[in-house]
Ligand binder design. Structure first.
Ligand code: TMP
Ligand code: ZN
Length: 426
């Protein structure tokens, strides 16, 4: 069911206001990445929305073509911050690096937007900071509160920021891990940050890096929740327009390639580091300020969309059992736009209890626990959570040693067997 009433076409750039877009890719109508379904419901009413990417010729923001009403996407939300080892380690790193770099004292206020079940804020507990979460998902905010992480069930906005300031004072740190790319009204969030941040406060955001998206052909990270795909140059321009300053950037391997960007008030004490100019230069060198690089990206995407289903269908035709590994949001994009579904995949294994017993959006592949998957392992796992490849291959050593294989979908499909030697399929 195409539900155009609950989405809007993007006309002007949410960073610079220009209306000169290059069309990059268009994936047709796709269900929401985290809208897992109950197998008992009728699939006929499943909502689908247009999914495509455009690039602003002025500031080079990569944006979705359509914005879906956030009330549809976030009020009940199945995405629980992964309790994977690598993410837990990373959250500890974020807390430690912010605490030591910005000399966060005990009792200073740390606010997190998109705080999910509160796992990142809990990492500040050893430092003794006061923490406050803000997350519109009513189910997740309730869980966070039950865990003792005070969480407002709201979107972070200028209004929310005013309320927080009145009730809790100014923040030394405002965090937004993998939430900034979900925001349509960036001016409103920036205004809230300005209002809430102490003069020497820091706004730290982690976003998927558009340079990595293009270089790794990670097109499956495109889904309705990710409205923006940022370059460092674009972020610098954005914050400059709102009285803020991007003063440092760190590249991270998280979620297939992300950046941790540090932002202060323009009149604040934080001076811009060399990292900002360095990454801006890398983006220029990669051609990301010209149309051609995006054309090339689209070409590579088209190749994966052709080769991956051919590979998977070929295996199934030979009698192999294939299943999905990790019911990630990017898996929804990948399967739906490659036309791989329940005819090819027997099931999809996932550690998230909330997803187990449901079916994947659009393809309706049943999600099961790793325990029941291990009872009847397939011959091949299509790795839909490839951002955790190292951790998962290590964990699934026995599956591999017993002759099982993994298919990695991007940047081009490869099959991995024991010894983890990649072989490009012919
Ligand atoms: P994410 O990339 O959005 O965090 O989603 C990854 C999904 O993969 C999430 O639903 C949890 C799942 N997963 C597993 O099933 N097994 C694993 O070992 C890991 C690391 C993740
Ligand atoms: Zn722009």
């Amino acid at each position: 069911m195409e539900t155009s009433g609950r989405s809007r076409l993007v006309t002007h750039c949410r960073v610079c206001g220009a209306a000169d877009w290059q069309e990059v890719v268009s994936f047709g109508s796709v269900p929401l990445a985290n809208a897992f379904l109950d197998p008992a419901t009728s699939y006929e009413d499943e909502a689908r929305f247009p999914l495509g990417v455009i690039s602003c010729r002025s500031c080079r923001l990569m944006s979705l073509t359509h914005v879906v009403d956030p009330e549809v996407m976030y009020r009940t939300y199945f995405y629980v911050t992964s309790d994977s080892e690598s993410i837990t380690r990373h959250m500890r790193y974020v807390a430690q690096t912010c605490t030591s770099r910005f000399a966060l004292g005990e009792d200073e206020l740390v606010v997190e937007m998109g705080s999910n079940t509160g796992a990142q804020l809990l990492a500040f507990r050893p430092g003794g900071q006061r923490v406050l979460g803000v997350d519109p998902a009513l189910n997740l905010a309730a869980t966070a509160n039950a865990h003792g992480v005070l969480t407002l069930p709201e979107y972070f906005s200028d209004r929310t920021a005013a309320r927080i300031r009145n009730g809790h004072g100014q923040a030394r740190l405002i965090l937004g891990r993998h939430v900034f790319a979900h925001v349509d009204d960036l001016a409103d969030v920036a205004a809230g940050v300005r209002r809430l941040l102490a003069r020497d406060g820091v706004f730290a955001i982690e976003v998927p890096y558009a340079l990595d998206l293009v270089e790794r052909v990670a097109f499956d990270t495109v889904y309705h929740e990710h409205l923006s795909y940022f370059l460092v140059g674009t972020l610098a321009e954005l914050f400059d327009r709102h009285g803020l300053r991007l003063f440092d950037v760190e590249r991270l391997p998280v979620h297939g390639g992300s950046i941790l960007a540090f932002v202060g008030l323009r009149e604040g004490p934080w001076e811009q580091q060399g990292s900002v100019a360095e990454l801006f230069a890398a983006e220029q060198a990669a051609g990301l300020h010209q149309d051609a690089a995006y054309g090339e990206f689209a070409h590579k995407v088209a190749r994966v969309r052709q080769e991956l289903p051919r590979l998977v269908r070929g295996l199934v035709a030979q009698g192999a059992r294939v299943a999905g590994y990790g019911a990630s949001a990017k898996g929804t994009t990948l399967l739906n736009i490659c036309g791989i579904g329940a005819d090819e995949l027997q099931f999809c294994s996932d550690t998230t209890v909330l997803k187990q017993g449901k079916v994947l959006p659009g393809t309706h592949v049943p999600v099961c626990s790793p325990q029941s998957a291990a009872a009847e392992p397939p011959d091949y796992y299509l790795l839909l959570a490839w951002n955790y490849a190292d951790e998962i291959l290590e964990k699934e050593r026995r599956f591999l040693d017993n002759g099982g294989r993994f298919i990695l979908p991007v940047p081009e499909p490869v099959v991995l067997s024991a010894g983890a030697r990649a072989t490009t399929p012919t």
